[in-house]
Design a protein around this ligand. Structure first.
Ligand SMILES: Nc1nc2c(ncn2[C@@H]2O[C@H](COP(=O)(O)OP(=O)(O)OP(=O)(O)O)[C@@H](O)[C@H]2O)c(=O)[nH]1
Ligand SMILES: [Mg+2]
Length: 647
């Protein structure tokens, strides 16, 4: 759908009600549900009155849109949405979310800020944090919402493993982080050297050795940002214009604005257009407008009912919606393909072969869009529906064949019936004449093409219905002796028995063919499911590797700052990783290793050890090595499929 047509202006997506509750705007949801394109979601958060709405309008390529306030009062309330065509990715829609400013003193319920922030994180693929002046301690402190994220978001529906930090799971599907610093008037220079904006941010995010409480507090927001958002980008902006004109910023011409500001704005927008990713969620599920609608509804409903938004649950909700849509799509594909078959078919096999190809295609369609189909609930449903439809097609095939054959019989045997009525056969030798004509007409009927698989049975039924008539002609034929008549009756009977046996054999063959088809169908389901599971397994491994490497990047860059002794990623199928960070963790790791009976330890310890040596911690380094060896030999002696990596 062309988003420009449907969204000339932004609209409120999530409202903060006065009673502290959140409410979703159905009009905004309706817009999202109409967007089938993939979405790039850019959300801006930050202290109130810092020019957030203005910057979002620039991303929309408009001077006006998100409403700006020129007084000291916080202006934007709740979360506003503007869906615009993506300027560079033609098959994407850019969803801009403008949020209520954080830290407004007039706000009734400060808890709203935490939820707004958590929702911004959950819904976006790029999170822009906007602040004024410089990246100083105050700006960092205002970001305490980041450190609180674990209190507001859960990744797993079940209880988390004791002592195991699941923040590693967040990083793989959290948004990229961009810090925009407005009214930045300082020189980007550090210790006499010019630095980039990114280096400026990196420097501001440096952690201190946690020797006292003050250092811990200093590290808290910084660690939060590093922990949850491993990729950072920074843009600084000079004041756009003279302070007197700021109030009317929307009305100003480009010539009224600082050239440097315009350049910075241009660089920021280009970066977002080029690098802001498609929104995905756990399991690498690509989000389009419709799916984003489900995310919004599920998250807000969970928060409103007092729960914590959970990634796993929302993925399950998405899966329910998507998988039932996938079943419908697959069935539509099957119906479309089957409609190309010319009914009635000459043999049952012809229909079954056509069904097998259509079923395989339909399954492919289903597999393409289904995900997290736990217990293959939806695949089974599709299987049942396909079977039902196949049976319907079989019935239709038989009916069409019967109807067509019946029409032919009426037409072809009409002269015979007329001759009987006229008494053509009521004379000596009439019975032989009757049989000759019947035989001729039967031959004519058999030569008719495309009668379908019911042709014989229908003819048999017809001839049976005329048995009395045939018997009467036989009995009235004066040319035949009683003996001849008896023999003729016997012959007719044995012919009927033979035909019946033939029909019975056909029924048996049909049943056998249906059984074979069922087995083929089952094998096809298994084949496609196995392929899908292999793909998902690869995805999962890639996701976990990404999570590990992002996490390691944080830890290796800042070994002294880590709060997480180790991370555990239990995976179905017996593969697990441990990342060990300190001495105390070795023991815990050892316990887990025994629990999962790890048989193999891949060991990339030297890097970490070197760091410890560099920091003068020679003894600790040695001790770790001894314990790792001990753990390694213990784990090797146990037998299992599992493995663990120790860093
Ligand atoms: N000093 C300064 N003012 C700006 C800048 N950008 C916008 N403004 C002005 O700041 C005022 C507030 O701008 P908004 O874009 O509404 O700010 P906001 O952060 O969305 O405000 P809330 O929605 O209340 O949180 C307006 O008068 C803007 O013209 C900027 O870079 N520097
Ligand atoms: Mg605003």
């Amino acid at each position: 759908m062309a988003t420009k047509e449907i969204m000339p202006d932004p609209i409120c997506l999530i409202e903060n009600l006065s009673n502290g509750q959140l409410a979703v705007n159905p009009k905004a949801l309706a817009i999202l549900s109409g967007i089938s394109q993939r979405v790039v979601v850019v959300t801006i958060v930050g202290p109130y009155r810092t020019g957030k709405s203005y910057l979002m309008n620039q991303l929309a390529g408009q001077k006006k849109g998100f409403s700006l306030g020129s007084t000291v009062q916080a202006h934007t309330k709740g979360i506003w949405m503007w869906c615009v065509p993506h300027p560079t990715k033609k098959d994407h829609t850019l969803v801009l979310l403008d949020t209520e400013g954080l830290g407004d003193v007039e706000k009734g319920n400060p808890k709203n800020d935490s939820w707004n922030f958590a929702l911004a994180v959950l819904l976006s693929s790029t999170l822009v944090y906007n602040s004024m002046g410089t990246i100083n301690q105050q700006a960092m402190d205002q970001l305490h919402y980041v450190s609180e994220l674990t209190k507001h978001i859960r990744t797993r529906a079940g209880p988390s493993l004791d002592g195991v930090d699941d923040s590693a799971e967040f990083v793989s599907f959290f948004p990229d982080f961009v810090w925009t610093v407005r009214d930045f008037t300082l020189e980007l220079n550090l210790d006499g050297h010019p630095i980039t904006e990114d280096e400026y941010l990196e420097n501001a995010l440096q952690l201190k050795r946690e020797t006292d409480e003050e250092a811990k507090l200093f590290n808290l927001p910084r660690r939060g940002i590093r922990q949850f958002f491993p990729t950072h980008k920074c843009f600084v902006f000079v004041p756009p214009t003279n302070w007197k004109k700021l109030k009317k910023l929307e009305e100003l011409q480009e010539s009224d604005l600082e050239t440097e500001f315009l350049e910075q704005e241009e660089r920021f927008c280009s970066y977002i257009f080029q690098y802001a990713k498609t929104k995905t969620t756990q399991g690498d599920i690509v989000i389009n407008g419709t799916r984003l609608e489900s995310l919004v509804v599920t998250y807000v409903e969970t928060i409103s009912s007092g729960g914590l938004p959970c990634m796993e649950n929302v993925v399950l909700v998405l899966a329910e919606i998507e998988n039932s849509a996938a079943v419908k799509k697959a069935l539509a594909c099957y119906e479309k393909l089957m409609s190309q078959l010319r009914f009635p078919t000459n043999t049952l096999q012809e229909l079954l072969d056509f069904h097998a190809v259509s079923e395989s295609k339909a399954l492919e369609v289903f597999m393409e869009s289904c995900f997290k189909d736990e217990g293959q609930k939806f695949q089974k449903e599709l299987g049942n529906q396909l079977l039902e439809r196949m049976n319907d097609f079989c019935k239709k095939n038989e009916k069409m064949s019967t109807d067509h054959s019946w029409v032919l019989i009426q037409k072809i045997f009409q002269p015979l019936e007329e001759a009987v009525m006229k008494g053509t056969f009521s004379k000596p030798g009439g019975y032989t004449l009757f049989l000759q004509m019947k035989q001729k007409l039967k031959k004519k009927y058999n030569q008719e093409p495309d009668k379908g698989l019911q042709a014989e049975e229908t003819l048999l039924k017809y001839l049976r219905s005329k048995e009395d008539m045939e018997e009467a002609i036989l009995q009235t034929d004066k040319l035949l002796s009683e003996k001849d008549k008896e023999m003729a009756v016997e012959k007719a009977k044995s012919k009927t028995a033979e035909q019946e046996a033939k029909l019975l054999q056909k029924v048996r063959e049909k049943n056998q063919q249906m059984l074979e088809q069922k087995e083929k169908s089952y094998q096809e389901h298994v084949r496609q499911l196995t392929r899908k599971m292999e793909e998902e397994w690869q995805h999962m491994l890639a996701e976990q590797e990404k999570a590990i490497s992002l996490k390691l990047k944080v830890n290796i860059d800042h070994p002294q700052s880590s709060n997480w002794p180790f991370f555990l990623f239990p995976v179905e199928g017996g593969l697990s990783w441990f990342v060990v960070r300190d001495l105390g963790a070795i023991l815990q790791c050892f316990t887990y290793a025994l629990v999962i009976s790890a048989s193999q330890i891949l060991f990339s310890f030297p890097q970490e050890q070197t760091k410890l040596v560099q920091e003068g911690l020679h003894n600790e380094s040695k001790q770790i090595q001894v314990q790792i060896h001990c753990l390694q030999s213990n784990c090797r002696s146990s037998s299992s499929k599992s493995s663990c990596i120790i860093i």
